[in-house]
Ligand binder design. Sequence first.
Ligand SMILES: [Zn+2]
Length: 158
Amino acid sequence: MKCSQCGCEDTKVIESRDAGDGQAIRRRRACPDCGYRFTTYERLERPQLIVIKNDGTRELFNRDKLLAGLYRACEKTSVTNYQLERLVADIEQNLYACGEPEIQTTKLGEMVMERLPALSEVAYVRFASVYRRFTDIAGFERELSQIKKRKTSEPLKA
Ligand SMILES: [Zn+2]
């Protein structure tokens, strides 16, 4: 990498270390000519994901927005921030792994709903009620009985 001070073509890496959770590497570099020191970050390049909303409009996938929705659903439950971070990271990994540049918002919601009951039933029901916009109590009760059925048929992993 070129030195931004003197234009020397050949700066040296003097230190490399993991920055954060193994998702980035921080490098200290020095210019052998002028002695200028600077820092660069190296990250995995990920394409931007597009979310297609129900009305057909598109927006960039925003992990913070997803996380904010989950925090709301998990208010006053025992679910920790760390668990939610992991849930979102898992979903992101799946999204990038499948290689599709666009995802329907319904699919994204389903991915959350597949994972949320393992953390909290209350959070799941809250999320589902916002997401599916239950218009009647019957729809809400159907959802509840489905969770209970699922719980008895396939015990959740810890
Ligand atoms: Zn230099």
